[in-house]
Design a protein around this ligand. Sequence first.
Ligand SMILES: [Zn+2]
Length: 340
Amino acid sequence: MPAKIPATVITGFLGSGKTTMIRHMLDNANGRRIALIINEFGETGVDGGLLDGCCAPGDIIELNNGCICCTVADDFLPTMEKLLAREPRPDHIVIETSGLALPQPLVRAFAWPGIATKVTVDGVVTVVDGKAVAEGRFAENEDAVEAQREADDSLDHETPLSELFEDQIACADMIVLNKTDLLAQGEAEEVATRLLAEARPGARILKAHKGALPLDVLLGINAAAESDMDSRAAPHHDSEEEDHHDHDEFESFVLDLPEIADVPALTARLQQAIEAHDILRLKGFVAVAGKPMRLTVQAAGPRIESYFDRPWATAPRQSRLVVIGEAGLDRSAIEAAILG
Ligand SMILES: [Zn+2]
């Protein structure tokens, strides 16, 4: 089993300087192959040209369908799987989240089946607009951040900016206090102290100008953040917030099937089960009578793909599907629906 690919999650509001920091990282990669997943959208997205020519073709993927934490199952996980299937594998994956995304559900997704064995969250880096925070705001242009919220149909949390900010700080392994060139020395220190008091134990803070920080400082934190989620929740989630974040909790189970004879009939049953039980993802291999190849089945939401990928050869002809959904899946009803 090859070593897990480290992934760095970069959060921070629109205008905090995430993209400029990433550009600096890529320009100083020294031959390290970095793949990028970008969820920032709105006026200063990739379209702005900031990342033109930075990466090999295919190494940069934009997720433009809305907030990454709200579309984690439909968008982010299939994208990761595609990225992980490419050869040669990237040395490091950098994920720039939308400033509106809650980092916790995204990091938690790295514990999902199919991802957990291949990637680990090297660290969560939160970029903060030091000048705005020193002046009592969260972003240089809070209206632009709000406009981004309004433009996103998929957003299913109405978290206020103050709570998003707390979440980003609480989840961080490293806080980059950007735009400190615009602050007096004492001011920067004061903001840093305030942020560190809200951060998790062991989080570090770095002052930066235009995100210019050495790659070896930003990458290689080795946090394995996905296995350490308890320490990464902002305090407000303990109480009344809980209800709004039910969609962050997922569960999965494995379903063993006998060899099947009729692929279209199985697909129809899967389709019905997915629709009736809000299954988010379904994937696995199926043994088909008379076929030496195994049938790969994957579904993201209502879309089901199936194809014969390779011979079973000496592996046991065992049909097995992983079913993933929000917490509270009715396992026995799903089993009955799929087994027919
Ligand atoms: Zn979201």
